[in-house]
Design a protein around this ligand. Structure first.
Ligand SMILES: [Cu+2]
Length: 510
């Protein structure tokens, strides 16, 4: 084995068990003309029509934004970006979310005044302003999003499904594209936790500057731990419990992670969150989680919550009042998700098996590795005989495990982990960004950061099937917060020589 080291740089703080997997995502086309398929973002922008789909979505968002200044009593205003954000929530004297002054004071009270610019704007960037519903219809539909009022029936899923349904119709109108279908950001897949690239382009209508800086620049990804829904999906016993767990768990985690923290505008503050285009791809994934539950609980009895009614506007600007009951079956609404049957990372039964055979065969391990550099590499050479002796007819998985990743660095530093086939830099793949900013205090120790490789990618194939060329390189790089002039050097407080990780390759048999 060999360690490659390059130039020096204070490294990381790490932690949090990141469990990464690659999924192959085939682009799907709608199977029946009358049913639209909401696909994950990667599938949406891939394939022969990917560029056209993305262009269509951008056109729709740009068009809706262009209507923000329409006459307040016009149908166009009711198809505007602002109007749709306001349906979810707005700030103003008539809003349950209070006024701009109220939310500003709240940030100060919480000691979060450094985030005030995201709310009130800067000298060059406009901030949120107080809104007044222009008419009776706006008074009825604005700020009606349903979020859990402590233990009662929520209709968090129901209201948001209706909201996306009508929003999608407005998108189609705005794009002049009847095939445009809202994609979802599948951050529940650990391989898709980065903010989709199209949202990082500051010239795009999909961009907003009021997001976590590192996420918005592609320097960090969501912590896959906070986007894992296996718990609720496999152990919750009824719909309302699941709905609450999703809302308070992954839903809130993503809002707070994208929007710096909570309650910080945009995404971190419910009352203004829907101003950010990523809101809709986030909520499409939340809506899919409802479909996942429905798929695995086909006989669950309906509850009273299904009789609740909500009012929206449609793509013509007309008022529509609908009952949640009519939004239970997405197929009847004209859409399905490309995946609502394999929503857990580890099906419950496999988890149970894994626990039973809890001890993996360790194929390879290295001594603790110091991470206090810009780039730290380690070659992983798995003996061919050892692999051969373990490979059976049953499916195999090889996991690269970073054990005991620990740090005394200040929060905010990031370490990116890559894997490549030895001698073939073109196969390099980013497999994780390790970031403990919100989850760890100084000196926190973190164990078992697992990077799972189980898909037929160039890199993992060799590891999966074994063989004499089963050599990969694991590569740790600091996040690069200092890339732009004037940027806070968040990594500068880390402690050279004291951050470390141990690399092992485990071979699991199921
Ligand atoms: Cu939300």
């Amino acid at each position: 084995m060999k360690f490659l080291r390059s130039s020096f740089f204070p490294a990381a703080l790490l932690l949090a068990a990141a469990s990464l997997s690659f999924h192959t995502t085939a682009a799907q086309s709608p199977s029946a003309p009358e049913t639209h398929v909401r696909v994950n973002w990667q599938a949406f922008v891939s394939g022969t029509d990917g560029a056209q789909r993305l262009a269509s979505l951008k056109k729709a968002v740009a068009k809706m934004r262009s209507l923000d200044t329409s006459a307040p009593d016009s149908a166009d205003f009711r198809r505007s970006w602002k109007y749709w954000a306001n349906i979810h929530g707005y700030l103003g004297t008539g809003s349950p979310f209070g006024t701009l002054a109220y939310q500003s004071q709240r940030l100060k009270t919480y000691g979060l005044e450094q985030f005030l610019p995201f709310l009130v704007g800067t000298s060059s960037k406009p901030g949120i302003t107080d809104q007044t519903p222009p008419d009776a219809l706006a008074k009825t539909v604005w700020a009606t999003c349903q979020h859990s009022p402590q233990g009662t029936q929520l209709n968090f899923f129901g209201w948001h499904r209706m909201y996306l349904y009508y929003f999608e119709r407005v998108l189609r109108w705005a794009a002049e594209d009847p095939t445009l279908t809202l994609p979802y950001w599948d951050y529940t897949n650990p391989a898709q936790t980065a903010l989709p690239v199209a949202f990082q382009d500051d010239a795009s209508p999909l961009y907003d500057w009021r997001r976590s800086e590192a996420l918005n620049e592609g320097l960090a990804a969501l912590n896959p731990d906070v986007t894992d829904i296996d718990g609720p999906l496999t152990t919750d016993t009824n719909f309302l419990q699941y709905e609450g767990d999703i809302e308070r768990g992954v839903h809130g985690n993503v809002h707070c992670s994208v929007g710096q923290t909570c309650p910080v505008a945009l995404m971190g503050l419910v009352g203004v969150a829907a101003n950010d285009p990523i809101f809709y791809e986030h909520h499409a994934n939340i809506d899919r989680m409802w479909s996942c539950w429905q798929h695995s609980h086909p006989t669950e009895q309906p509850g009273d919550w299904q009789n609740q009614q909500f009012t929206f506007v449609d793509e013509t600007g007309a008022k529509v009042t609908r009952t949640v009951k009519d939004f239970i079956d997405t197929k009847a609404l004209g859409y399905v998700y490309d995946n609502d049957s394999k929503c857990a990372r580890e099906p419950a039964i496999v988890v149970a098996q894994a626990i039973r055979q809890a001890v993996p065969n360790v194929l390879f391990s290295v001594k603790p590795l110091s991470l206090n550099q810009t780039s730290t590499s380690v070659d992983v050479s798995i003996p061919a005989e050892k692999v051969k002796s373990l490979v059976g007819a049953k499916p195999q998985r090889t996991k690269l495990v970073l054990r005991d990743v620990s740090s005394v660095s200040a929060p905010g530093a990031l370490v990116n982990v890559y894997i490549e086939k030895k001698g073939a830099p073109a196969t390099r793949k980013h497999v994780a960004t390790i970031n403990c900013a919100r989850h760890a205090a100084r000196g926190t120790r973190c164990t078992h950061v697992r990077i799972r490789r189980d898909s037929p990618t160039a890199v993992s194939r060799t590891a999966r099937h074994g063989g004499p060329d089963d050599n990969v390189r694991s590569d740790f790089r600091t996040g690069g917060f200092n890339r732009k002039a004037g940027r806070t050097k968040r990594a500068e407080n880390s402690a050279p020589g004291r951050d470390s990780a141990r690399v092992e390759v485990d071979h699991w048999r199921h």
